[in-house]
Design a protein around this ligand. Structure first.
Ligand code: C2E
Ligand code: MG
Ligand code: MG
Ligand code: MG
Length: 287
């Protein structure tokens, strides 16, 4: 009896795996056509300067509107696009979309775009950026590129050349998710980043654990001495906001200050911010 139960389980497992594999193959086929079918859209999450209390711009966050599955989050389709070699055309599309959007916003606002390490690998990422800036008319100083430490693990000289070229054009570079990867201090020194974004996991531990606050403070001191701005990601509570301000962060981003929003909603809260209303004030939900 034990033996047949074992076999049954094994069969069940196999069917399940096959189903999942078929679903994945179908999703990949859908993703291949999603660009042509124009199924991507963008949300904009506010970034807030903690000295002035004003919104300085937004991070562009990609969404895939799948006809039957609804909104597929980037955590699911970005790795798939990387594997299928689709991230290069998709990344070029994202740059074009984000720059075109931001070119229509007030001049005071920047846009931050996430890049995949694959876009740096044997690919002319500089050409994509130049094309997006040219077709949109967005001044390079209003574009921020967010890269992760994964980019820096590649051929260092090649990546360094590309980053130097981009910076030479006036584009700014932000190191995303700092603290989750190698968090190499050497990288901070070699590549002259304009901003470092401290990963949400540290921020969300800041009020529960003294260690989290110490890490954020140390990163702020280190970056401050190198002229790098520090952005705190994932601010959800007023307490976390106060803590990262006290630790010396220059900018903040998170649900408390504004969720990823459609263009009109982003511009509406930005208008209020420009009029002096601190973003997220009065909308805090109890944790
Ligand atoms: P990321 O660049 O670190 O972006 C921040 C993520 O944290 C976003 O998730 C955002 O919605 C979420 N977030 C912001 N504030 C809070 C908060 O207070 N609490 C919590 N729990 N989450 C918060 P999203 O939009 O699902 O994007 C996930 C990741 O997908 C991004 O992480 C980025 O690495 C990647 N991604 C998004 N758009 C693109 C894109 O256009 N190209 C590439 N290559 N990657 C993208
Ligand atoms: Mg990012
Ligand atoms: Mg991040
Ligand atoms: Mg992240």
């Amino acid at each position: 009896a034990a033996k047949s139960a074992g076999r049954g389980q094994c069969l069940l497992f196999d069917t399940d795996m096959l189903d999942r594999q078929n679903a994945l193959i179908k999703l990949e086929a859908d993703l291949k056509r999603a660009i042509e079918l124009d199924q991507f859209s963008m949300l904009f999450q506010p970034l807030v300067n903690l000295d002035t209390g004003r919104i300085t711009g937004a991070e562009a966050l990609l969404r895939w509107r799948h006809p039957t599955r609804g909104l597929v989050p980037p955590a699911e389709f970005v790795p798939m696009a990387e594997e299928l070699g689709l991230i290069v055309p998709l990344g070029a599309l994202v740059l074009r979309m984000a720059c075109t959007e931001a070119a229509a916003w007030p001049d005071r606002l920047n846009v931050a775009v996430n890049l995949s390490p694959v876009q740096f690998r044997r690919h002319d990422i500089v050409g994509d950026v130049v094309a997006a800036l040219k077709s949109s008319g967005l001044p390079p100083a209003r574009l921020v590129l967010e890269i992760t430490e994964g980019v820096l693990l590649e051929d260092t000289d090649d990546v360094k050349d590309k980053l130097i070229t981009l910076k030479g054009m006036g584009v700014r570079i932000s190191l995303d998710d700092f603290g989750t990867g190698y968090s190499s201090l050497r990288y901070l020194r070699i590549f002259s980043f304009d901003k470092v974004k401290i990963d949400a996991s540290f921020v969300q531990e800041i009020d529960s654990d003294l260690g989290g606050a110490a890490v954020v403070r140390a990163v702020c001191m280190l970056c401050g001495s190198m002229g790098i701005d520090v952005v705190a990601e994932g601010i959800e509570t007023r307490e976390q906001l106060l803590q990262v301000m006290e630790a010396g962060c220059n900018e903040a981003q998170g649900y408390l200050l504004g969720r990823p929003l459609a263009r009109e909603d982003f511009l509406e809260i930005e208008g209020r911010s420009a009029a002096g209303v601190f973003p997220g004030l009065g909308v805090e939900e109890s944790p």
